[in-house]
Design a protein around this ligand. Structure first.
Ligand code: DX5
Ligand code: ZN
Length: 231
C-alpha cells in the first residue's frame, strides 16, 4: 500500500502517533486499522533491548509486518544501547523515521549519517533528566526531537510534572535553529496532558495506554485531538 500521509507531519496540525506498545498483539492489525480510520497521523513503534531500558519489546519483523499494510508512516523509537547495530535492519524493514537516544552508547554522528543514507528521517530523543542543550550540535541535521515525558521503558506511566519545562526548552532551541524540526512528546499523554504538551510547544504526541487500553480507541484518539490546541 502506498503511503499517503506526508511525513513527518502536516504543517499547522498536531500529529498523533498511537504507540502499539499498549496494543493487543493478538489483534494488532485490527487495532492499527482502527486508529488509522480514526485519524491517527503516524504509528509509533517502541523498540527496547533490555539494556538501555529494563524491558523488551519488538524487533524488525514487527515493523516489516506493518510495512505496506497501513498507510500510516512508521515512527520507530529505538530505546537501545547500540543503535548502530540495528538501524539498517529497521530501515530495511520499512521504518519512515528512526529516533535514537542521545544517551545511547554509540557515536551518534555516524548513526545519524547511516540512517540518513538509508533514506529514512532522523530523530533524537532525550530522557527526562537530560539537559536539552546536548541537542545543539545536531540541530542542523535532524528532522525530529522526541522529548520523553516519562522515564522510558514502560507504557502506562504518568506524565512527569517537569515535562512542560523540558518541552519549552526544546521548542526554544528549535526556534533558534531556524529549521523545521518536529517536536514529539512521548509518555503519559491523554486528553489532559496533551493540552499541556502542546501549549509548551509540542507538535506531535505519542499515546499508547490512553488509546489502546481504552474500550473506545477511536474516541480516545479524538479526545486527545480535541484537547490539543492547534498550532
Ligand atoms: C515508553 C515508550 C512510549 C510508550 C508510551 O518508554 O517510549 O512510547 O508506549 O506509552 P503511554 O502513552 O502509555 O505512556
Ligand atoms: Zn516511544
Amino acid at each position: 500500500m502506498k503511503k499517503t500521509s506526508q511525513f513527518p507531519c502536516v504543517n499547522g496540525k498536531i500529529s498523533i502517533a498511537p504507540s502499539i506498545l499498549s496494543a493487543d498483539l493478538f489483534r494488532l492489525g485490527e487495532e492499527v486499522v482502527q486508529v488509522q480510520q480514526a485519524g491517527a497521523d503516524w504509528l509509533h513503534i517502541d523498540i527496547m533491548d533490555g539494556h538501555f531500558v529494563p524491558n523488551l519489546s519488538f524487533g524488525p519483523a514487527v515493523v516489516r509486518s506493518l510495512n505496506g499494510k497501513t498507510n500510516l508512516p512508521l515512527d520507530v523509537h529505538l530505546m537501545v544501547e547500540k543503535p548502530s547495530l540495528f538501524a539498517e535492519a529497521f530501515a530495511k524493514a520499512g521504518a519512515d523515521l528512526l529516533t535514537v537516544h542521545i544517551e545511547a552508547n554509540d557515536p551518534l554522528e555516524q548513526v545519524l549519517s547511516n540512517i540518513h543514507s538509508l533514506g529514512v528521517k532522523t530523530g533524537i530523543s532525550i530522557k527526562p533528566d537530560t539537559n536539552p542543550d546536548v541537542l545543539i550540535p545536531y540541530l542542523g541535521r535532524i528532522d525530529l526531537i522526541l522529548v520523553m515525558s516519562v522515564y522510558p521503558g514502560f507504557g502506562g506511566q504518568a506524565f512527569l510534572p517537569g515535562a512542560p519545562d523540558q518541552i519549552r526548552k526544546v521548542r526554544q532551541l528549535i526556534t533558534n535553529s531556524g529549521r523545521k524540526i518536529w517536536l514529539e512528546v512521548d509518555g503519559g499523554i491523554n486528553a489532559q496532558t496533551a493540552k499541556l504538551a502542546v501549549q509548551a510547544g509540542a507538535d506531535a504526541l505519542v499515546a499508547g495506554n490512553a488509546i489502546f487500553s481504552s474500550a473506545d480507541p477511536a474516541g480516545a484518539l479524538n479526545q486527545i485531538r480535541q484537547a490539543s490546541p492547534e498550532i
